[in-house]
Design a protein around this ligand. Structure first.
Ligand code: ATP
Ligand code: MG
Length: 158
């Protein structure tokens, strides 16, 4: 089905607001009109997991920046946090099932470590890619999906 990424992100950011507030985290979005062809429920699953991580592995007073745009015929979605970051040696491992970096680092225990493994599977099922860019000042997950055909070859816009 056609999924309007702007509407979907706006809806999910609204739904995560209460949790963010509990963690003292502010959500900031910069959204653009982009359409992809995807299973809406899978997209919800992917984005909720990434938003959930960005909030719970953040610091009180921290931020999560949510943005989307068209980039070289791809629909790009970025979820960037100012949290605890992910050490270099774990950056490929976190996509493995049941992998958690260190329970003590999280302010919320009880995660199964299945989140990102499923996220990666669902992204790949949609012919998308997921990339992690992490530093000492936080983590950034970058998703790229094929555009819905009517938007292909459109001018790159911000
Ligand atoms: P679940 O998602 O099943 O509740 P989880 O959040 O612990 O459990 P994943 O979402 O798979 O598991 O993430 C794996 C591990 O990667 C986490 O335990 C955490 O250590 C690390 N991680 C994931 N996202 C972030 C992030 N945004 N910042 C810092 N660490 C992260
Ligand atoms: Mg998770």
């Amino acid at each position: 089905e056609q999924v309007q990424v702007r509407e979907l992100l706006a809806d999910l950011v609204g739904r995560m607001k209460a949790k963010a507030e509990r963690f003292g985290v502010t959500l900031v979005s910069r959204l653009n009109d982009v359409t992809i062809w995807a299973d809406r429920e899978s997209m919800v699953h992917i984005l909720v997991n990434l938003l959930d991580n960005a909030i719970k592995y953040n610091l009180s007073g921290g931020y999560v920046y949510i943005s989307n745009r068209i980039e070289v015929n791809k629909a790009v979605i970025e979820i960037e946090d100012t949290g605890i970051g992910i050490p270099e040696e774990f950056r490929t491992k976190i996509f493995e099932p049941f992998y958690t970096v260190n329970k003590d680092r999280s302010r919320e225990s009880g995660g199964t470590g299945l989140g990102l493994a499923l996220v990666k599977q669902l992204v790949e099922k949609h012919n998308g890619t997921i990339e992690l860019i992490s530093s000492e000042t936080g983590s950034s997950f970058r998703l790229a999906f094929p555009l819905f055909h009517s938007q292909r070859n459109e001018e790159e816009h911000l």
